[in-house]
Design a protein around this ligand. Sequence first.
Ligand code: F0G
Length: 462
Amino acid sequence: MDSTTRRSWAEPFKIKMVEPIRVMSRAERERAIGEAGFNTFLLKSDDVYIDLLTDSGTSAMSDYQWAGMMLGDEAYAGSRNFYHLEEAVRKYYGYKYIVPTHQGRAAEHILSRIAIKPGDYVPGNMYFTTTRLHQELAGGTFEDVIIDEAHDPTSVHPFKGNVDLDKLESLIKRVGPERIPYVSLAATVNMAGGQPISLANMRAVRELTNRYGIRVILDAARAVENAYFIQQRETGYAETPVATILREMCGYTDGCTMSAKKDPLVNIGGFLALNDPELFEEARNLIVVYEGLHTYGGLAGRDMEAMARGIEEAVNDDSIRARVGQVEYLGNQLLAADAPIVTPIGGHAVYLDARRFYPQLKQDEFPAQMLAAQLYLDSGVRSMERGIVSAGRDPETGEHHYPKLELVRLAIPRRVYTQSHMDVVAESVAEVYRQRRDVRGLRMTFEPKYLRFFQARFEPLG
Ligand code: F0G
């Protein structure tokens, strides 16, 4: 039967190897979350039942990727796997030059160092934690130019990742184009709830930045998921393969930073891709200082081979449909249970709206941090805070950033869990929602200087 007439669908793969997991008792979970300072990042993975902390580096590789691992050319210089990777990036993303990096933030580091001068402004469609920090460490100031709907968890705008062109143009007019090294464009927008940007908007950003001679750099970690949403939602693309849409998206930009731990289906890896030969030369200069030679950038040859093969697999239309389809399946279960989530359902994760779970808590009592802890206590499901703790402090004033979105992210690893796992998660979220009224907040007892959400510790109030 042809897939368009089939009534239900399933993943386009079967399972060849399994990894046992176990569920602990409630008493064991209470001890574990207490020892972890109510921070799910500090839990031991062995103490977790279903791990939805992140979709980053947690994918299951295919037999094709594992076979590629055996073909690693571990030469210090000029590994053949580097050339495979370069070829895959050119073919599927369309950029001319690449330097491999050990993961996404290393590409962000190199890019920020070569492109940003102190006093510069970097506009973007919402911040991402590591991206903004590298921009700030290079002396830049991040400016949020995403549309207002992105900050409203109940808006059902189909492209909540879109740039507000008026916000962007008024920033350019206010500070001058020479103080804007590039526009930092994410696809899909993680902090907004995994929300896509439309092709029409990317095209408009390109036209506007061309007028002022400003570059556009894509955060391509989840660009394939974005391309899938364009296929599903944007007029005129329903019949266009995701791979073609991806090339068009990248064509409106001058380069990308990539965390290959997402779309490209590897456990470690990334790259910086650029079209400008001069900027690329500067990146090649710095890569040897911070990562490794320009043909391995902190990776083994086998890692680059797995990445090249993962890039090829990720753009397959059936694969990406199953990937986003599983996230949608979980989101729809939660909507059916009336649990408050961010709409539309995101590409890599379902986001719980902690403000609507716990209206009794003030934002500096860390409602989302507490909600992630409650979910773990209920079922051993691990999630992540994406609210005030993740937003950190304003480097000028030292005050908390108070983001509008106070969320808990249930990120789905690619090709790892089954529909039954999603059912267990949905039941647990529904249970935590039923018990919402008695929940009190948290107090932060330890706060690291950078990216505090990773290692901060908390205690229950009262
Ligand atoms: N950009 C986006 C949009 C990301 O989501 C991440 C990582 C990075 C850049 C940095 O890449 O981790 O390879 O250094 N996101 C992970 C997450 C950590 O859980 O969302 P990295």
